[in-house]
Design a protein around this ligand. Sequence first.
Ligand SMILES: Nc1ncnc2c1ncn2[C@@H]1O[C@H](COP(=O)(O)OP(=O)(O)O)[C@@H](O)[C@H]1O
Ligand SMILES: [Mg+2]
Length: 267
Amino acid sequence: MSIYVNLFSTVLQMLTLFLFFHSLVNGRGMNYYMYNSIIKYLYKIFIEGNHPEIMEKITKDKSTNVIWHRATVTKERRERLNGHRSVILWFTGLSGAGKSTLAHAVEERLYQMGCRTFVFDGDNVRHGLNSNLGFSREDRKENIRRIGEMCKLFIEAGVIALAAFISPYREDRASVRRLVNDGDFIEIYCRCSIEICERRDVKGSYARARRGEIPEFTGVSAPYEVPENPELIMDTGDTPLENCVDRIIEYLRERKIIAEDRDRNLF
Ligand SMILES: Nc1ncnc2c1ncn2[C@@H]1O[C@H](COP(=O)(O)OP(=O)(O)O)[C@@H](O)[C@H]1O
Ligand SMILES: [Mg+2]
């Protein structure tokens, strides 16, 4: 497959150069950048639509000549040591839907059961690793990509990674799913109406967004794409927190990520 993509890419680049020099000779108005835009558009149509994973490789991979070193202590061995599997629990939903609250409550329960866990929370990550990113479409994409890579490292380390991010775009969530093995990405949609989120207004952000003080605010001036096939839907607008936690733990047991008989009060 990739040989055809490389061929296609080379042909397009040669075409760009040809058109560019052709326009120089003819003295026509179109410049290299205009041709480049056309080429990018062709990429979008022919590759991005059908093979987003290849598009991502073409546009993002800048690290060449880097060879992965295989560890002898693998994810599977770490999982055996821990006595539970390691997965990503990805909480998505509007601001105020309850992602952070639920992720920390699930973590607390898992900790009491002796599981190794870590919560990644939107605001905290934006203070550090992603402090150079804003809320434009591109920055949001990069924000989620970095978090996805980080979660992947944590699950390689045998940890249950809980990620609480609005992550409003389906495409971005899907790209994190693609990073890990089938079944290792568990999407949990925290379903809560914008009215309830706005009434809660935990951080006062909705009021500020309505006053126009926060641009590109999800649900107000930026979109939220509802998950199409999440592993779990939690109605965090009207279900008590403990019931949501119970359901997630039950799901982890059903999927044998944690053992059925794991003691609830180890720690
Ligand atoms: N079932 C529930 N799950 C999570 N949060 C809930 C639930 N029911 C009510 N809440 C409340 O909703 C608010 C959610 O805030 P927060 O977790 O910060 O949202 P988010 O991280 O999605 O922006 C908290 O005040 C929390 O107590
Ligand atoms: Mg939060």
